[in-house]
Design a protein around this ligand. Structure first.
Ligand code: C2E
Ligand code: CA
Ligand code: CA
Length: 587
């Protein structure tokens, strides 16, 4: 949307007391005024205004929507309008909207909307398309309460609370429940455990057997979890293939529940055709032993889960978060050290795509390691190892050698696609002569600096040795290597240093990309993009997952994008197939 979002609430020339007031668009055009119609029980309630993109993602809402739904503006923005609508009305609304999109005319449809009290109220929803700067219009809408009473005999708030697929609590409701139960324990000196269950290799089940089979497995897992746990225990689906269980009582109760859950995966899952064996990793944390509030408890159980996934032993029964953190760090170091020794560390490549043309402009090499039981693991699972100077150097050297081999093979085969970016650990800047080392490595491997791009985070630009670092980067840049600032916008040091040496690319951190609907976030993104243009620095958006994000970024003038929308990181032979079979993707 090119208009500042704050303007949207001015779009409607209406006031609360006169619901039949004329609607005008910002361009002054009149839009379908509500026809004269009999008032329903309770009369017309207040009008609430919203703006959304063509997919229904909310770009702005007025305070009345926030008050009505009991959610803050921040919670609503970026969510889909349809999420607040009763499940039974979603399809109809979607169809009405689709028809309106096709014809470019307003739509007018009645739906049930969930209120703060968890009940649904009938609302008449009308919206009209308002041309924006890009291809897609912004939809400016108004919602009108046409039913003063909540709708009786409907399951209360079920649509939003429960996960449609599995019938257990959805993520938001589960976290709200966790928060409430912890609060209750705080007030009553109680204890509880949180168990997180993550299915192993679930993506492979989807790939191999199809999404229907994957869905069926998730449904059955939910049933087994519900069967195992006691009546006062809560089960929720907290991620695609991740479940959470809140177990009130002593930590021992949590541990025995975790053990029962482990046992539940001993049996295969029956499918329409045959059956499948599914493994799971389990992490557990307890209040007050490991954390003092719901959020910290969730994080702590997540850490325990990561340590299990990284093959670091059972994730339940550890002693306190501080020790656990230290243990995880040490274990991460030893796990990845072993993987390195056994030749199980590989570069995977994620494409960077031009938002204007859809062309592939290069790849970023990301570290992956193989776990004997759990398969390929992301770098994130061992990031702690990058803080260990010796191991970080060994990993970076290994990655560099493997990347060099791959680049030479692509060159031999005449495959060209711009530069390959590689990451190096910030700790390596502390030990001096980094520029020399990298330049020598490039020469030794028979590459040109023009084949490569170095990604560094802003962290390396703060601290004592920043003059040495700047000198290192300057000399690398002089040699023809591109330098990209990673996770841009999350650190402190950025702006000052942009003038000390040449930066070729700014990588806008994923957190900004995923919250483009938040005006403060999008203002930062616009500022980064503007600065990039002024200083002739390419801008790359990280973590682009949806068409809507890609469109917005393109509209705002971002050059390149990287993210699951285009492709996940893949091994070299898959890159070859990907490049061979690919038509340009246009955002
Ligand atoms: P990074 O450099 O910011 O890398 C981006 C991370 O985001 C990668 O995680 C990537 O797989 C993930 N990602 C990419 N697209 C999406 C998306 O659309 N959605 C989401 N949610 N995530 C996306 P990964 O591979 O686990 O790497 C984590 C971090 O580990 C990297 O962050 C980087 O700082 C570090 N790292 C990775 N490989 C290396 C390496 O070879 N050497 C060093 N020193 N660090 C590395
Ligand atoms: Ca990176
Ligand atoms: Ca990054």
């Amino acid at each position: 949307m090119d208009r500042p979002v704050d303007d949207v609430s001015l779009v409607f020339d209406v006031d609360d007391t006169d619901p039949l007031a004329k609607l005008t668009s910002p361009s002054g055009a009149e839009v379908a005024a509500p026809p004269d119609r009999p008032r329903m029980a309770g009369g017309f309630g207040p009008l609430m205004t919203w703006a959304a993109d063509s997919d229904g993602r909310l770009l702005d809402i007025d305070d009345r929507i926030a008050r009505f739904t009991g959610r803050s503006r921040e919670e609503c923005l970026d969510k889909n309008l349809l999420d607040a609508v009763h499940v039974d009305d979603r399809q109809g609304l979607r169809q009405a909207w689709r028809r309106a999109k096709r014809s470019g005319t307003p739509f007018d449809y009645e739906v049930r909307v969930e209120a703060a009290d968890g009940r649904f109220y009938w609302h008449r929803t009308r919206a009209f398309p308002e041309p924006g700067a890009g291809d897609e219009p912004t939809w400016c809408g108004v919602m009108e309460d046409i039913h003063a009473q909540p709708i009786p005999d409907k399951p209360i708030g079920r649509a939003l609370q429960y996960d449609h697929l599995t019938g257990v609590l959805g993520r938001a409701a589960f976290l709200a429940k966790l928060h409430a139960v912890v609060q209750h324990c705080i007030n009553t000196d109680g204890t509880l455990s949180l168990v997180l269950v993550d299915l192993d290799q679930f993506a492979a089940i989807n790939d191999r057997l199809g999404h229907k089979a994957g869905d069926e497995v998730l449904r059955q897992v939910a049933r087994r979890l519900e069967d195992i746990v006691g009546t006062n225990t809560t089960v929720g689906r907290v991620g695609g293939d991740k479940f959470g269980v809140i177990v009130p009582g002593e930590i021992g109760d949590g541990a025995s529940c975790a053990a029962r859950i482990e046992g539940a995966f001993d049996r295969d899952f029956a499918l329409k055709r045959g059956s499948v064996s599914v493994g799971a990793s389990i992490g557990m944390a307890g209040y007050p032993r490991d954390a003092e509030n719901g959020e910290a408890l969730f994080k702590c159980a997540g850490l325990a889960l990561n340590s299990v996934r990284a093959g670091l032993g059972p994730g339940h029964g550890f002693n306190g978060p501080a020790r656990n953190r230290q243990q995880i760090r040490m274990a991460a170091v030893s796990v990845i050290r072993n993987a390195l020794d056994q030749g199980l560390v590989h570069p995977y490549y994620q494409p960077k795509v031009s938002l204007a043309t859809g062309e592939i402009m290069g790849f970023e090499a990301l570290l992956r390691w193989e776990h004997a039981r759990y398969g390929i693991q992301p770098a994130q699972s061992v990031v702690d190892a990058f803080d260990d100077p010796e191991l970080a150097t060994a990993l970076d050297d290994h990655m560099f050698k493997r990347i060099a081999q791959d680049i030479k093979s692509w060159r031999r085969d005449g495959i060209r696609f711009g530069r390959v970016a590689f990451n190096i650990s910030p700790v390596r800047f502390r030990h001096g002569k980094l520029a020399q080392k990298i330049t020598r490595q490039i020469l030794r491997e028979g590459l040109s600096p023009h084949d490569l791009e170095l990604e560094i985070t802003e962290d390396v630009l703060i601290g004592r040795d920043v003059t040495d670092t700047a000198a290192d980067l300057q000399s690398l840049s002089d040699s023809g290597l591109n330098i990209a600032l990673d996770d841009f916008g999350t650190g402190f040091a950025s702006l000052v240093h942009l003038k000390h040496f040449r930066i070729d690319a700014l990588k806008i951190d994923r957190s900004f990309v995923q919250n483009l609907g938040d005006p403060r976030n999008s203002a930062i993104v616009d500022a980064i993009l503007h600065m990039g243009r002024k200083l002739s620095i390419a801008t790359v958006a990280e973590g682009v997952e949806s068409e809507a994000q890609a469109k917005q970024l393109r509209r705002r003038g971002c050059d390149l994008a990287q993210g699951y929308l285009f492709a996940q990181a893949m091994p070299k032979d898959e890159v070859d197939r990907y490049l061979a079979g690919r038509k340009p993707v246009k955002a």
